[in-house]
Design a protein around this ligand. Structure first.
Ligand SMILES: [Mg+2]
Length: 374
């Protein structure tokens, strides 16, 4: 079996409502630059990463897929993923300009597409290829009701509806307002609305400095916060270690860590309690699995960040023993042959062979800006 062709795409799909914001980002669309890898056996693999739909940046990723990694993949056997991953990850001219950022996001899309091929050839959903069972429950928690640009009333109404109408047992809300006491007010209102038994997570997206995070973070214990996500600048290992020691609320992070080594450093420093690797921001499923095993060895739970809008991570969560809960944001739902689904707060195991990444032709027609812009 050989790889014959790589077809890049760039999806820009609108977010659920017109615009969302956290403390650091504002966006109207979610970006999914990626690739369809064709083979001489007629099986095609779909892989993509997740972005904020900024076309010049997304083009860097698809150019890297097509022109930098592409020539290394043509005529190779797509089933030999570990071999190909090592070759691409350590290809000297790209390693020199990579190990994070554009080249890595490109590699993640390729790696996901290769796993999609492997599962399709096996005739199995990826979770089953990786040894998982549909008997395992993966609880969904919802972030799409907790944006920082929601008014207090909207925030409370959304979180209450997610719990009472849709059956979620966990919600995450964004913090990092200019005045942190506004955040405390929002946390208190949501906790009151959803009651004491629902998991409540908060996410500062790296906005605060150590002093603010420490001062405000001490108040979180009053509201039974399950985790405090990205409290301070992403790479500040010492700061996170200090917070982890001094706060009663556990820390979650990982969406801005780019390598197995980064995760090792944070875990070894005791700077993280909930490990949040993202297969489409690490170098694919291959490196995600390495990080999840590392977390498991330290008895830390893995609750992935979902730059893929959960399609791939649902398979990984079902298969990996460190995973029991997963985020749900529905922005790319309309794009897939089998979109990830939550019923009564739990994910439904996908049934189609593959990694859950197969796009519909209608989605490519509607959202592939690469086709439209030529
Ligand atoms: Mg986050």
């Amino acid at each position: 079996m050989k790889i014959t062709q790589l077809e890049p795409f760039i999806l820009h799909a609108p977010v659920t409502r017109r615009q969302i914001a956290d403390s650091t980002h504002q966006l109207t669309h979610w970006g999914a630059p990626g690739v369809i890898i064709r083979t001489d056996a007629g099986v095609s693999g779909y892989g993509y990463t997740g972005t904020h739909a900024y076309l010049p940046g997304d083009r860097l990723i698809t150019d890297c897929i097509a022109h930098a990694y592409g020539p290394l993949l043509i005529d190779q056997n797509p089933l030999e993923i570990q071999h190909l991953w090592r070759r691409l990850y350590h290809y000297p001219p790209l390693q020199w300009i990579g190990r994070g950022g554009v080249t890595q996001l490109a590699l993640s899309a390729i790696d996901v597409a290769l796993w999609d091929i492997k599962a399709k050839v096996a005739g199995l959903p990826l979770w089953q290829l990786l040894g998982g069972s549909a008997a395992k429950t993966i609880e969904g928690y919802n972030t799409d009701g907790g944006w920082l640009n929601w008014s207090l009333d909207q925030l409370v109404d959304d979180c209450r509806a997610l719990v009472e109408t849709h059956g979620y047992r966990g919600v995450k809300i964004k913090v990092g307002s200019p005045d942190p006491y506004d955040d405390l007010q929002r946390i208190e209102a949501v906790r009151q609305a959803i009651g004491p038994r629902i998991k409540l997570m908060i996410d500062a997206n790296g906005r605060w400095d150590l002093t603010t995070a420490l001062t405000i973070g001490r108040r979180f214990a009053d509201y039974d916060i399950r985790w405090f996500e990205e409290p301070i600048w992403y790479d500040d290992l010492d700061g996170h270690a200090a917070l982890a020691q001094k706060l009663a609320t556990p820390l979650a992070l990982g969406e801005q860590l780019y390598s197995l080594d980064d995760f090792r450093n944070f875990i070894r420093a005791g700077a993280v309690h909930y490990v949040q690797p993202d297969a489409v921001r690490l170098a694919g499923i291959t490196e995600w699995w390495q990080v999840a095993d590392l977390a498991l060895a330290h008895r830390l739970p893995v609750v992935s960040h979902i730059g893929d809008m959960v399609q791939v991570h649902l398979h990984l969560a079902i298969a990996h023993p460190a995973c029991h809960m997963l985020e749900y944001i529905p922005w790319l739902n309309a794009c897939f042959e089998e979109p990830a689904t939550v019923i009564d707060g739990d994910f439904i195991p996908p049934q189609n062979p593959g990694a859950g990444t197969t796009l519909t032709e209608a989605a490519l027609e509607a959202y592939d800006v690469l086709r439209r812009s030529g």
